[in-house]
Write a protein that binds this ligand. Structure first.
Ligand SMILES: [Zn+2]
Length: 492
């Protein structure tokens, strides 16, 4: 048995209904759970933590991470792809017959770097949708670092490929079914490992690449395994147009008609539903369906904003009764940034400074994510909850003055403010240091792997372009310095 006492200057605790603020209070952990809050709890304690000048809060539940795809996503960010409705994620689809870019990703490089980044940023529960990286290797990484992780090897019955420079979907239903079976076998083998910290879910990739049959089988398998399903859906105009053309309905309406939607379903991104101005489809029908089926929408603000898109809007989804969670997607994996951008995007979308307020986005980053996972013991702090916590120090210029901890976290917090991360009652990161990790070594491995991926670009790119052609650098390199005065300029 292990017991830890934290002396908390401020504590965000859960009163059974919502987050509340407590000041100058003790928090006692016993093994993997919260034992008591406040009062006089008798020792002995194995460790006493003085957080009397700090804020103690539940760790973040990051519902959407890809341990792979950091490099490819970086290459397509800030580029225009009009033929893809600017759905940049499609731009690193391979040409037909080529090996996909993700197969160059290495778990001991990008995968390990991702896990460390998540831990240092206070994500105590993460859903890792992989993409390229070996999920079994990620089980070992998350397991050993002490994270709580839901892993989800993806599957689909159609693959986006380029043929003569044009994107098409190649249908490979047998491969999709085999990959679903592999995912089921993976969950049967690994879910529950590392003391229950490793769990899983099913991940049919995308709205437009999964056949109706595959989605029906996914639903059945999820029920049999007792796991959730996460899927990218209504994520791009390319997908929406494809679905309307193929089925005569939006992605959401098609899923509802198929019987696919339900409380076990998490739809990632999901901006392009009826009522979003870019769809040209008015009305609240899609929102009504999402809410009626108890679906969670995992909002990843950075990804949407980088593509020039808005969720319309955070408050509109919430008012309709849709559970909202947050994820960091590709990079950076920083839930402070996601909360901040979710709040700002929500205000812009509504033209209302009171929209998507700090508490609403903080709720999504904690309770919303935990509820999506069906985990009332996560994302909140109360006696009996999992001891998954962060200790945050906001006593610095840039975060001061202090008044309202939730607003302070959302407006000004950053990962380097996190002093301590506790998962299952174990300190897994202290002052930005993850025990047993040589960060320089991990950084070097990540860069080496990235160089391998850059070199691979002509092998899979739609038209065989090099990395320099695909993603020219913004600063043109100069081999030798020379200065040419701008025309008409006067000497000083
Ligand atoms: Zn994603």
């Amino acid at each position: 048995m292990s017991r830890i006492r934290l002396r908390c200057g401020e504590l965000i605790a859960f009163d059974g209904q919502r987050h509340r603020l407590l000041r100058n209070v003790d928090l006692v952990l016993r093994d993997d759970r919260v034992e008591a809050i406040g009062g006089h709890v008798r020792g002995p304690f194995d460790r006493e933590i003085d957080a009397s000048r700090q804020l103690v809060a539940p760790g973040f539940v990051n519902l959407h991470v890809h341990s792979g795809s950091t490099v490819p996503t970086r290459l397509v960010t800030e580029r225009r792809y009009p033929a893809l409705f600017n759905a940049s994620y499609l731009a690193f689809s391979p040409r037909r017959g080529a090996r996909p870019i993700g197969s160059w990703e290495r778990a001991d490089a990008g995968g390990l770097a991702t896990a460390i980044e998540l831990l240092k940023a206070g994500c105590t529960t993460v859903v890792d949708l992989g993409q390229g990286i070996d999920p079994a290797a990620m089980v070992a990484i998350y397991g050993q670092l002490g994270l709580r992780a839901y892993l989800a090897p993806g599957f689909r019955s159609g693959a986006h490929v380029f043929v003569a420079g044009r994107l098409v979907i190649d249908w490979l239903p047998d491969e999709g079914r085999a990959a679903l079976q592999q995912a089921v076998a993976f969950l049967e083998r690994y879910a529950g490992s590392y003391g229950g910290r490793i769990q899983g879910m099913l991940f049919p990739y995308q709205g437009d690449t999964c056949s109706d049959q595959l989605l029906r089988e996914t639903k059945t398998a999820a029920r049999a395994l007792g796991v959730r399903i996460q899927m990218h859906a209504a994520q791009s105009l390319f997908e929406l147009h494809e679905m309307v053309r193929r089925t005569g309905r939006t992605t959401i309406q098609h899923f509802a008609a198929l019987g696919f939607l339900g409380p076990e379903v998490i739809l990632a991104h999901c901006p392009f539903i009826t009522g979003h101005p870019a769809t040209g489809l008015p009305g609240d029908e899609d929102l009504r369906l999402l809410a009626a089926h108890g679906v969670t929408v995992c909002h990843n603000p950075t990804t949407l904003l980088r593509r020039g898109h808005l969720l319309c809007s955070f408050d509109r989804y919430r008012a309709a009764g849709v559970n909202l969670a947050l994820g960091t997607d590709h990079f950076p994996r920083d839930m402070f940034q996601e909360m901040r951008l979710a709040s700002i995007m929500g205000k812009v979308a509504e033209g209302d400074p009171g929209a998507a307020d700090s508490l609403a986005v903080y709720h999504a980053a904690t309770i919303g994510g935990a509820d999506a996972l069906g985990r009332p013991d996560l994302g909140r702090v109360f006696p009996g909850a999992k001891a998954d916590l962060i200790v945050v120090d906001l006593n610095r210029l840039g975060a001061l003055p202090r008044r309202d901890p939730v607003q302070d976290l959302v407006l000004c917090g950053q990962p380097s403010d996190i002093q301590l991360v506790i998962i299952d009652g174990r300190v897994v990161c202290e002052r930005g240091q993850v025990p047993g990790i040589d960060e320089e070594q991990v950084a070097a491995a990540l860069q080496t792997n990235a160089e391998e991926i850059y070199a691979s670009v002509p092998e899979w790119h739609a038209t065989g372009a090099t990395v320099e052609e695909m993603a020219p650098r913004f600063l043109e390199p100069m081999s030798e310095y020379h200065y040419t005065p701008p025309a008409g300029s006067q000497p000083h």
